[in-house]
Design a protein around this ligand. Structure first.
Ligand SMILES: [Zn+2]
Length: 106
């Protein structure tokens, strides 16, 4: 994925879709925390099973956060959610301010 220009609308749209899809995975994992812990507590209310569930959740969270952090902005070519060491899930690019839904205007 070395495409950084907006000259090809199809590439631009697919890159924006990729960013949105990876964001969805990340937010879905965050939302799943409470149901997962509740379910683990219902199935086996011991400390070790809760700790195991929490550990698995953290691993999935780390993977989805990394996956979404490495999505590149199709307009400026930088990481969409990452600026230096800061990872922010805003609705626009941290470098060029491209909005997450800007491809829908094309
Ligand atoms: Zn950008």
């Amino acid at each position: 994925m070395e495409q950084t220009s907006t000259s090809d609308p199809a590439t631009f749209v697919s890159a924006m879709r990729l960013i949105r899809r990876r964001r969805k995975y990340f937010f879905f994992t965050v939302i799943c925390y409470m149901p997962a812990m509740w379910l683990a507590n219902k199935i086996s209310p011991t400390f070790s099973s809760m700790a195991t569930t929490f550990g698995i959740w953290v691993v999935i969270l780390f993977i989805t956060a990394l996956y979404s952090a490495l999505a590149r902005c199709p307009r400026c070519g930088n990481y969409f959610h990452m600026h230096g060491m800061s990872l922010l899930y805003l609705r626009h690019c941290l470098h060029c301010q491209l909005h997450i839904t800007d491809d829908k205007a094309i």
